[in-house]
Design a protein around this ligand. Structure first.
Ligand code: NAP
Ligand code: MG
Length: 451
């Protein structure tokens, strides 16, 4: 089996990627099992050094990685460069972890009690097509740092940067088979990560629907899982906020990566008294968004990843009250102009569904309690933003919104040094931040008597 890639910005057919079979997946997992033993025999300092060499290999390859993401995924070049540099940063950050897996010394009677953080063995990582290389690194860097081997299955549509990262790991001198990238279908390769007993943990990022299946499958072997799933995040704008700044920045909180972002603030909740002002300013900022050729340095938003995904996004316009739209090129490529709709109520599909495209819906609210209730009226809980000049309100609302990653008067959400993950059906477990390597270990407790 194989898959022929299509450039999302031009519609041109590109290279064909061979897919691995179930047998080849098993073979790779066995190689990973052997490699992990070798990796575990390295001293912590040697593992750290190997990860730093991997980081340098990525650093020297930023332009190549970025160009691959532009071609394969349609990401604007400036964004793709940021992503490649982010992978380097993630590797650098976790390269310090092997020497900092400290364990604990627990005071007990009659001797000493110590804990060890043992690696799990082989970890399987399954990634989506929206941020292929960054999301992969959130799994493989801390997993490797904790002493594991990794098999990575990228999404069928967007494998190129992951394949390249696999090559860079080899060139950096990681043990043979320690980090392998297996291109293939989720139902074949991804599913084998679930059923093969040598894989002790699966890190899955993707849709909530597929994630539920992964969790069900993992139950058979009590296999560990981390799930990073969908979102329908709220950007809450109170009347006491810097409304102009909120409106100027809102497009970047939802239209980045053409809305194909699990953290997209795709519901804007605006306090009624400032709705008109906010909409006027939002129209200005949306019209300024530079949508077009992703190879252009000035481009802020590229095409959607695939024609079939574009068709799915377009369906939402059939039953939506469109307020205004930005611009997009016409002609070949999966173009979709950034679109702002007015909410038809909390059951409007634009208010409930993760569209994963450049559509944002504005919903007016009365007061703080109303805003919190609407923000939480979703099964998702991944990110969100709160705009207010009242510091107390910022604290109250950020504590009340059921979401894993919030920001006040800003739209930041992913930093490699802070934890990231979802509440409710947006996921299970956390990635990134100082504790991520621990999530790839088993805590072992040992008591040694003093007599
Ligand atoms: P998806 O359809 O769930 O696919 C994600 C990955 O799972 C792909 O590699 C896919 O493989 C694989 N897969 C599909 N069926 C599988 C199965 N039965 N067993 C094992 N693996 C399987 O998601 P997507 O359409 O690529 O991505 C969009 C979704 O990802 C959105 O819902 C978004 O919110 C979510 N997302 C979440 C985060 C987060 O951090 N929370 C980040 C990014 C994206 P193939 O497609 O190659 O066959
Ligand atoms: Mg899918």
């Amino acid at each position: 089996m194989s898959y022929t890639l299509i450039n999302p910005a031009t519609g041109e057919t590109m290279e064909t990627i061979d897919h691995v079979t179930v047998d080849e997946t098993d073979h790779a997992i066995e190689r990973a099992r052997v490699a992990q033993k070798e990796w575990a025999s390295f001293t912590p300092a040697e593992r750290g050094e190997a990860l730093r060499r991997f980081a340098r290999a990525v650093e020297n390859d930023v332009e190549t990685l970025a160009a691959l993401e532009v071609r394969n995924s349609g990401h604007p070049i400036s964004q793709a460069r940021w992503e490649a540099n982010h992978v380097r940063n993630v590797l650098d950050y976790y390269s310090a972890a092997p020497e900092r897996m400290l364990g604990k010394q627990i005071p007990v009677a009659g001797g000493i009690d110590i804990t060890f953080n043992d690696p799990l063995g082989v970890v399987g990582i399954i990634t989506p097509w929206n941020f292929p290389m960054t999301i992969a690194s959130w799994g493989f860097a801390p997993a490797l740092a904790a002493g594991n081997a990794v098999v990575l299955k990228p999404a069928e549509w967007t494998p190129l940067t992951s394949i390249r990262l696999g090559e860079l790991g080899v060139s950096a001198g990681l043990p043979d088979g320690l980090f392998q990238v297996l291109a293939g279908k989720g139902s074949v390769v991804g599913n084998r990560f679930i059923t093969n007993e040598t894989v002790r943990k699966v890190v899955f990022t993707g849709s909530t629907e597929v994630g539920k299946g992964i969790m069900r499958g993992a139950a058979d072997q009590i296999k560990r899982v981390t799930l990073e799933l969908g979102g329908k995040s709220a950007n809450i704008v109170f009347a006491d906020a810097d409304v102009d700044k909120a409106a100027a920045t809102a497009p970047y909180s939802v239209f980045e990566n053409a809305g194909q972002d699990c953290c997209a603030r795709s519901r804007i909740l605006v306090q009624k008294s400032v709705l008109d002002r906010f909409m006027e300013q939002l129209e200005v900022s949306v019209s300024k968004l530079v949508v077009g050729d992703p190879t252009n340095e000035a481009t802020e938003m590229g095409p959607l990843v695939h024609a079939s995904h574009q068709a799915g996004v377009e369906k939402y316009l059939e039953h939506a009250d469109v307020a205004f739209r930005g611009s997009a090129p016409s002609g070949p490529g999966n173009w979709f102009a950034p679109t702002v709709t007015m909410s038809r109520g909390v059951t409007d599909p634009c208010m409930t569904d993760e569209i994963f495209g450049p559509i944002v819906t504005v919903h007016a609210f009365d007061d703080e309690a109303d805003a919190i209730e609407i923000a939480n009226a979703t099964e998702f809980g991944l990110s969100g933003s709160i705009w207010t000049r009242d510091i107390g309100r910022g604290i109250r609302v950020s504590r009340a919104v059921e979401s894993g990653n919030l920001s006040v008067n800003s739209h930041s959400s992913v930093r490699y040094n802070t934890p990231f993950g979802g509440m409710k059906q947006s996921g299970l477990g956390r990635e990134l931040g100082p504790d991520a390597p621990l999530h790839f270990t088993e805590e072992k407790n040992v008591f040694i008597p003093a007599d």
